[in-house]
Design a protein around this ligand. Structure first.
Ligand code: GUN
Length: 292
C-alpha cells in the first residue's frame, strides 16, 4: 500500500510556486495577490480561510482577508464583490462557502469576474472546464488530479466511482476524470444519495473518490483488492480527549480499506493540503494572464 501524501506533494508545489514568485520579484514584477471573503464565523470556514492566507505568505503572495458579519445582506456582499472586481491590485479572489442561508450562493458566484474566479465556480469557468478549454479548475478536484499524476496512478480506461455530486467536488471530479488524456480517460460513474446498491458499484471500481461527508462510510467489504481510494471527507466529530474537542474524520474506514488498497489518501494530510496548493497555482495563473 502506497500512501498518497498530499501534505508532502502540496509542500513541493508551494516550493515550486515560491521559486516562481522570487523570480518575479527579482525582475521587479508585481507578485500575485489573492483575496478571500468570509461571511460570518463558521468555525471550519475560519480555519480554511486562515490556512489559505497563511499559505499566501509562505509562497510570497500578497493576500487580503475580507471578513463580513453574519448579518451581511446579499446587496452588501454584491457591493463588496463589485469592489474586488474593480480593484486592479487583486489578481484573484474567493468567496468562502457555505454562505449564510439568506444569501443566494449562485447569485454571488455569478457576480464574480470570471477572470478573477480562482475557485473556478463561475458558470463560464465551469463550462470551459467541461469543454476542455484552459481555465481555473476547482481546487479540490484539480488537487486530486495532480496527486494522481504525481504518484503515476493509472487512470486511462480505468473504472472510477465518484461518491457525491456536489458542484465543488463530485460533479467537477467526474468531468475531469473523463476528459481526454492522462490523468483522465477514465470511465466514470457518478453516484449520489439516490444511487441504489452503491456497494455493488464501488466493488467494481479501480479508483474511488469519496466526497460524501459521512465519517467512515466506505468499508473494506465495499472495495476490491488493489483499489485506489481518495478520501475528500473532512467531518468534525466530537472527541473529548483531543485539545480542540473534535477530530477530523474522513469518509473512509482507513484501518480496514488500507489493507486492500494499492494507493490511499490519509485524513488529515491527503486532499486538504492539495486544495490550498492548487488555489495558489490558480492565483499564479491569474496574475500571469493579467500581466499579458
Ligand atoms: N468551501 C468548501 N470548499 C471550498 C472551496 O474550495 N472554495 C470555497 N470558496 N469555499 C469552499
Amino acid at each position: 500500500m502506497q500512501l498518497l501524501d498530499g501534505k508532502k506533494i502540496s509542500e513541493d508545489i508551494k516550493d515550486e510556486i515560491a521559486v516562481e514568485v522570487s523570480q518575479m520579484k527579482s525582475r521587479g514584477e508585481k507578485v500575485p495577490h489573492l483575496a478571500a471573503v468570509l461571511v460570518g464565523s463558521n468555525g471550519a470556514s475560519l480555519t480554511y480561510v486562515g490556512s489559505k492566507v497563511k499559505s499566501c505568505e509562505k509562497v510570497g503572495f500578497e493576500s487580503t482577508l475580507v471578513t463580513l458579519p453574519e448579518e451581511t445582506t446579499e446587496a452588501e456582499l454584491l457591493l463588496k464583490i463589485k469592489e474586488l472586481n474593480e480593484n486592479s491590485e487583486i489578481d484573484g479572489y474567493i468567496v468562502q462557502l457555505p454562505l449564510p442561508k439568506h444569501i443566494d450562493e449562485q447569485k454571488i458566484l455569478m457576480a464574480i469576474d470570471a477572470d478573477k474566479d480562482v475557485d473556478g465556480f463561475h458558470p463560464t469557468n465551469f463550462g470551459k472546464m467541461a469543454l476542455e478549454m484552459e481555465t481555473f479548475l476547482p481546487a479540490t478536484p484539480y488537487g486530486i488530479m495532480e496527486l494522481l499524476e504525481r504518484y503515476k496512478v493509472e487512470t486511462v480506461g480505468k473504472k472510477v466511482v465518484v461518491i457525491g455530486r456536489s458542484h465543488i467536488v463530485g460533479r467537477p471530479m467526474s468531468i475531469l476524470l473523463s476528459k481526454k488524456g492522462y490523468p483522465g480517460d477514465a470511465t466514470v460513474t457518478l453516484t449520489h444519495s439516490q444511487t441504489k446498491d452503491i456497494e455493488e458499484i464501488t466493488k467494481e471500481a479501480d479508483i474511488i473518490i469519496s466526497a460524501l461527508g459521512v465519517p467512515h462510510f466506505l468499508k473494506a467489504d465495499m472495495v476490491k483488492q488493489g483499489v485506489t481510494v481518495i478520501d475528500v471527507g473532512i467531518t468534525r466529530v466530537p472527541d473529548v480527549d483531543s485539545a480542540k474537542g473534535y477530530l477530523i474524520a474522513g469518509d473512509v474506514d482507513f484501518e480496514g480499506v488500507s489493507k486492500k488498497a494499492a494507493f490511499i489518501t490519509p485524513v488529515p494530510g491527503g486532499v486538504g493540503p492539495m486544495t490550498i496548493a492548487m488555489l495558489l497555482k490558480n492565483t499564479l495563473l491569474a496574475r500571469a494572464r493579467r500581466a499579458k
